[in-house]
Design a protein around this ligand. Structure first.
Ligand SMILES: *Cc1c(COP(=O)(O)O)cnc(C)c1O
Length: 395
């Protein structure tokens, strides 16, 4: 099997699995318990928090553990909104191509009387700090812009957006789920006030994530109960997963540069090979993208059929995001960068990890080229295009 869907989730690293095991069978106490078994677990929890803070350039007190990226996004946005509301600020700025964990939370806030400005994304999949600046109003309480897009991999000018928000005194949240462990993040240097990450996107376990919130930003509570996480997130801490996440993040950050070199070489080979397919287009900026992201549209192709035939050839890929696969709606991200519906339907995302090889890339290029040719051969849409009955959108 050739696994090229690392933006959906990753294989756990040995380091991460090893770090979890002792907290399942030896050090299994509840960190809230006063006895020694509990206190040993509490120490491990503190230690993990320190180490994760170290990777993000913040302090341990600014870290709250959540059930993953979605919960962290929800809590960050709701917290900033509630804080703004208290001083009559009910305007939020975001972008049209955020993850649904952000977009659906914003929709909910709109129903509660908040006004949301979704910035248009350029065809290259990048927004500028100037556009954010121009959208900020006296009643803006939050800017939330993702660090790197999960579908097209484009990396946003986060430090510049952070600087603009700091200057204007507006809280800046970034969904860094695709970036964490892959590209360098420093919350202080980048003026990030809140940040979400998720362990399973960097070879850690599923169901665990982090919400970083700068000191002084009070969090709203989404899950009521005990006083865990300084009263901001109830429920017995998932210590094994937290230990696995800390180990995975440290490992990923330590090796980020080396991994990026290896992974981007495979990415570039894939992009080069797939761009030879006639009437294909790369989605997202060619330079400013995650080391492992490849995303193409092929005219006259149905993404779902492409995926199934690739799966037959042993290749795990994605079309649109995992959450929208199975529905017939084209990706909101591809629509946001201006791809027409029929083109957005024919998309393919390959997301590379350091476990992939150049040989796998060669096999994949051949497989995708063959499958695209096969599907076009039986497509009535394609026939209309080649006979000139319809005009090509992708030249
Ligand atoms: C995967 C992902 C999420 C959701 O994270 P979960 O831990 O799966 O809830 C949020 N945002 C982005 C950009 C993602 O890629």
């Amino acid at each position: 099997m050739i696994y090229l869907d690392n933006a959906a989730t990753t294989k756990m690293s040995e380091t991460s699995i090893k770090a979890m095991l002792p907290y399942m069978n030896e050090i299994y106490g509840n960190p809230s318990s006063l006895h020694s078994a509990g206190q040993t677990a509490a120490q491990a929890l503190n230690d993990a928090r320190e180490r994760i803070a170290g990777c993000l350039g913040c302090s341990a007190r600014e870290i709250t553990f959540t059930s993953g990226g979605s919960e962290a996004d929800n809590q960050a946005i709701i917290s900033a909104a509630k804080l703004g509301e208290r001083s009559g600020k009910k305007h939020i700025i975001s972008t049209a191509f955020e993850h649904h964990a952000v977009l659906h939370t914003l929709k909910k806030l709109e129903k509660q009387g908040f006004e949301v400005t979704l910035l248009d994304v350029h065809e290259n999949g990048i927004i500028t700090a100037d556009e954010v600046k121009a959208a900020i109003r006296p009643d803006t309480c939050l800017v939330t812009v993702m660090f790197a897009n999960n579908e097209i991999g484009t990396v946003q000018p986060i430090a510049e957006i952070g600087a603009v928000c700091r200057e204007k005194g507006v809280i800046f949240h970034t969904d860094a789920v695709q970036a964490a462990g892959h590209i360098a993040i420093n919350t202080q240097e980048m003026n990030i006030d809140m940040l979400s990450l998720s362990a399973h996107k960097f070879h850690g376990p599923k169901g665990i994530g982090v919400l970083y919130a700068r000191k002084g930003i009070p969090l709203s509570v989404l899950i009521e109960g005990g006083a865990q996480e300084r009263g901001k997130r109830a429920g017995t801490e998932n210590i094994p997963a937290i230990m696995g996440m800390a180990a995975a993040l440290e490992e990923a950050c330590r090796n980020a540069e080396e991994n990026a070199k290896k992974v981007s070489a495979i990415r570039d080979r894939l992009i080069d090979g797939l761009s030879k397919i006639p009437h294909s287009v790369l989605n997202g900026d060619a330079e400013n993208r995650l080391p492992g992201n490849v995303n193409f549209c092929f005219e006259g192709i149905e993404g779902e059929s492409l995926l199934l035939l690739l799966d037959d050839k042993g290749i795990c890929a994605s079309s649109g995001s995992a959450c929208t696969s199975g529905s017939l709606d084209p990706s909101h991200v591809l629509l946001a960068i201006g791809r027409p519906h029929e083109i957005a339907h024919g998309s393919l995302r390959l997301s590379v990890s350091e476990e992939n090889t150049l040989d796998e890339a060669e096999y994949t290029i051949k497989a995708v080229s063959d499958v695209v040719e096969l599907l076009r051969g039986i497509s009535p849409v394609w026939r209309d295009l080649v006979t000139g009955k319809k005009e090509f959108v992708i030249k």
